[in-house]
Design a protein around this ligand. Structure first.
Ligand code: HEC
Ligand code: HEC
Ligand code: HEC
Ligand code: HEC
Length: 362
């Protein structure tokens, strides 16, 4: 009898707190999908405001605009990328970079031989790897802001988006067995595992393991953005692009962008980093969604920090005109391994399978 009372009491408490939770005035519900599809994202407004206030406290202030630059040609001896901005803007960028990456405006020595700023080596002749890496990072940041507007929009990124004031950003990953799923952000394909037919068919050969990877990948993405699955999916049909909110297409562009960033910028730096920075297999550290998003649906809650620093723009120079919308057609259907399909169909003398073009995303 006593146990029964306890159970009843516990139930009562649960119901009471549960009701309070759902009835809370703080709790906002945003309709993410078409009306009537119950695609809602729940969040607590007060928590959001608090997180924003905390970020605003630690985010470095925008530096005052650069003053006049001395006339004449640029005085630099060894500037290979930032040679398209005036001297004053260049100096302002260096101060900002020290704050964004090296922990403080005074920390020029993190990337420089303080006796010779133009030098790429220390007085003892050893290469300054941080300077070499930073030069490539500037190119990468410009590439993201000018070539990947379908993902980063008019918000863009600066070094701070990833580095948050420190040399090592969040979410670095290497080739190891545990995080093979992150290979999707480099060269791994096959995230699409949902079958499009009722009966088994050679068109879907996804294994249980691949399916587990897709779900693990999706949980990683959700955590990176601090959202739930319905931020990007209609849970009645996870595979459907037509029924999904537009955020899924933005996310898809994010995956393509990360592949560009990891393949063309981060992985090739393996020979440049200090060896202690490399993974167990000698590969360079790579980025994932959380590296920029840091737990938030838009990095820095969509604050346009990049707008104030022309050095990180590259060719994207206009922050006022709205950008063209992201590509509107849903990406191509899932890639089918045509060799396997052709093999299994050969016996049945089925018509030849047309080669499937992999989704380009752009
Ligand atoms: C995160 C790394 C980093 C930090 C921190 C940094 N710099 Fe630089 N600095 C660079 C890179 C990279 C270049 C070369 C840019 C290029 O090739 O386009 C450079 C170039 C320079 C040059 C041009 C030298 C020449 O003639 O070639 C000067 C001057 C300079 N930095 C000053 C500073 C000062 C002053 C600070 C501190 C306020 C600072 N830098 C902090 C990475 C950094
Ligand atoms: C897309 C995210 C991203 C952006 C944007 C970015 N970085 Fe990085 N950066 C990384 C990653 C990932 C690493 C590898 C961390 C490591 O060295 O282990 C890195 C490493 C570095 C390092 C070497 C750190 C070390 O001690 O090993 C420097 C220096 C650096 N970045 C400078 C910059 C500068 C300057 C900018 C802006 C012009 C910038 N980064 C923008 C992701 C980013
Ligand atoms: C930030 C957006 C985003 C979030 C959040 C997200 N997904 Fe996805 N999901 C995608 C994108 C984009 C793809 C397509 C990936 C590709 O084709 O490379 C996808 C693909 C999938 C697929 C494969 C569909 C197919 O065609 O076989 C499944 C299943 C899936 N997601 C489930 C989930 C689940 C479960 C969650 C929550 C834990 C989730 N997703 C959260 C963006 C998201
Ligand atoms: C280089 C930094 C960077 C990386 C890496 C990155 N994002 Fe983003 N993402 C952004 C920026 C900046 C925005 C804001 C764009 C805007 O304001 O329109 C954004 C916006 C988004 C949005 C739209 C949010 C909204 O409310 O409309 C989604 C969804 C998203 N990212 C998903 C992802 C996923 C999933 C990944 C990993 C596959 C990823 N992002 C990787 C920088 C990044």
């Amino acid at each position: 009898m006593r146990t029964l009372t306890r159970v009843a009491l516990a139930g009562l408490v649960l119901t009471a707190t549960g009701c309070q939770f759902f009835a809370s005035k703080d709790r906002d519900v945003v309709q993410k999908g078409y009306r009537g599809t119950a695609m809602e994202v729940n969040y607590v407004a007060r928590n959001q405001e608090q997180a924003m206030a905390e970020l605003a406290k630690k985010m470095p202030a925008i530096l005052p605009p650069a003053g006049e630059s001395p006339p004449g040609p640029l005085p630099w001896q060894n500037v290979q990328v930032l040679n398209d901005i005036p001297v004053a803007e260049f100096n302002r960028t260096m101060v900002a970079m020290a704050t964004w990456v090296a922990g403080g405006a005074g920390n020029c020595g993190y990337c420089h031989n303080l006796a010779a700023f133009a030098s790429d080596t220390y007085p003892d002749g050893k290469a300054i790897y941080t300077k070499a890496v930073a030069r490539r990072m500037i190119q990468m940041t410009r590439n993201i802001n000018s070539e990947w507007t379908e993902h980063v929009g008019n918000t863009g990124v600066t070094c701070y988006t990833c580095h948050m004031g420190k040399p090592l950003p969040n979410g670095l990953w290497f080739y190891t067995n545990e995080n093979q799923l992150l290979r999707h952000y480099l060269d791994g394909g096959g995230a699409r595992v949902v079958s499009h037919t009722v009966a088994p068919s050679p068109e879907n050969r996804s294994s249980v393991k691949q399916t587990e990877w897709t779900y693990a990948l999706m949980i990683t993405q959700s955590q990176a953005l601090g959202v739930n699955c319905t931020f990007c999916h209609n849970s009645r049909q996870f595979a459907s692009w037509e029924q999904a909110p537009p955020q899924r297409v933005t996310a898809y562009a994010g995956i393509q962008m990360l592949r560009d960033v990891n393949t063309n910028y981060l992985a090739p730096l393996a020979g440049t980093y200090h060896p202690s920075r490399l993974g167990p297999m000698g590969d360079a550290p790579k980025a994932q969604c959380v590296t920029c998003h840091n737990g938030v649906y838009k990095p820095l809650y969509g604050f346009q920090m990049a707008k104030h620093y022309p050095a990180v723009w590259g060719t994207h120079t206009d922050w006022t005109t709205p950008l063209p919308p992201p590509f509107t057609t849903p990406p191509a259907p899932p890639v089918i391994d045509t060799t396997i399909v052709a093999d299994s169909l050969a016996a049945a003398t089925a018509p030849a399978v047309a080669p499937v073009v992999p989704p380009t995303g752009r």
